[in-house]
Write a protein that binds this ligand. Sequence first.
Ligand SMILES: Nc1nc2c(ncn2[C@@H]2O[C@H](COP(=O)(O)OP(=O)(O)OP(=O)(O)O)[C@@H](O)[C@H]2O)c(=O)[nH]1
Ligand SMILES: [Mg+2]
Length: 489
Amino acid sequence: MAFSFSDLIEEARLSAQALKDYSESIFSPTIRLGVTGLSRAGKTVFITALVHGLSRGGRFPIFESLSTGRIAKARLAPQPDDAVPRFAYENFLATLIEQRQWPHSTVDISELRLVIDYQRKNGAERSLTLDIVDYPGEWLLDLPLLTKSYEKWASESLALSRQDPRRRVAREFHAHLATLDPNGRENEQETLVAARLFTKYLRDCRDEQFAMSLLPPGRFLMPGNLAGSPALTFAPLDVPLDGTPPDRSLWAMMRRRYEAYKDVVVRPFFRDHFARLDRQIVLADALSAFNAGPEALQDLEAALAGILDCFRVGRSTLISSVFRPRIDKILFAATKADHLHHSSHDRLEAILRRLVERAVARAEYSGAKVDVVALAAVRATREAQVQRGRDRLPSIVGTPIAGEMAEGEVFDGETEVATFPGDLPTDLQGLFKGEETFRGLAAGPHQEADFRFLRFRPPRLATGDPEGPALPHIRLDRTLQFLIGDKLQ
Ligand SMILES: Nc1nc2c(ncn2[C@@H]2O[C@H](COP(=O)(O)OP(=O)(O)OP(=O)(O)O)[C@@H](O)[C@H]2O)c(=O)[nH]1
Ligand SMILES: [Mg+2]
């Protein structure tokens, strides 16, 4: 494989950064923990709960160093990287605890530094610096673009947009495309309209829940602070795979901007952020994917494979030579497990494990250690047994968000209700083929239900604790043990 000069420079910059990170870490060991997942997966809530639990000394029986008292305290420290926004921890926490609301969607990368003072097993006092980096999973799915020409990307994107069911939502974009002449003169207005309609098509795919997680370019849906810039204003044109665009043509303009997207957006992200991570947790809203059906599940699996591709090491691809990930542990987590009765948590984990195993096979992955967990960063429900006729059914109790509906009833956001969470299917094979569906118990054992999860408000917390209220969770302690337990020995 030939390397270009710019790759060598890239490599040199990377080594310089690695050396700087390394020399800092000799004096104070630092772990950079990446937290990612597709939009709405639960990243913001996860980080807020994790930091709160650590700094308050939460109930974490399986997180050994905390439960045995070796962690003296964990405290926030000033933000390390000047060019990365700080994760707005205090606001998110106040929203969760005081207003009992979920925090707003976030669209950019952000970071928070936590210092954990602890006692080693041999008694020595130490501190570990934990840098937590929150970034949209959509950005990772851009990695394959780096080795793809504009023409190849355009032909793949258009082919996809002409398949059902995507074709239906691409209609408006296709109509505009038909009016464009790639060899005609470059035209900013035509390009703006094309980019807008193409972005709308991507967004509609996502909103309508089909093939939704695989929609590069990732920044079209998650623009961060780059919304509206030329590097984000392009669209695929019908052009031959091996052609050369005429000077100053529409085609040349689109191609130039596509290359700019790779240079100013994709490469810097992988170089400055991704390549510096030590550990990674990938959150997935697997329950919503079950709800949406087998296509959504297959789509999630494809997205997981795409994400895993980024962590793959040891393959002599151009990508792995430019961005050599140093991550040695990856945890895949199914979030929002509090929507299920605890008897189903293991099953949720098994389904995620299955998804991840298939994704590992698909990405021909070998590299960091991978594990899975089903968790709820903030547990919004409690469990109860509810009598229904002669049966006592395992149910969950919570306060549905105002406006949520079930069986014709609209909730006001104040009233607590008990609901019967669906039963996760046992036949995993059937689940992926669409033979088994997720069933709501309320519909009876043989009827298929259009089971929708109720969304609950964050929990009401017990007051009176001098340290302030603790947020209840599911398996956050196990998550911490996997991610950083070994660094606190
Ligand atoms: N019941 C429950 N709901 C959760 C939990 N975590 C997240 N949610 C729900 O999922 C939504 C999205 O969570 P966020 O943490 O904002 O997700 P995100 O990945 O940061 O989303 P973006 O910022 O849009 O990328 C929240 O508004 C909640 O409705 C949880 O632990 N339990
Ligand atoms: Mg967020």
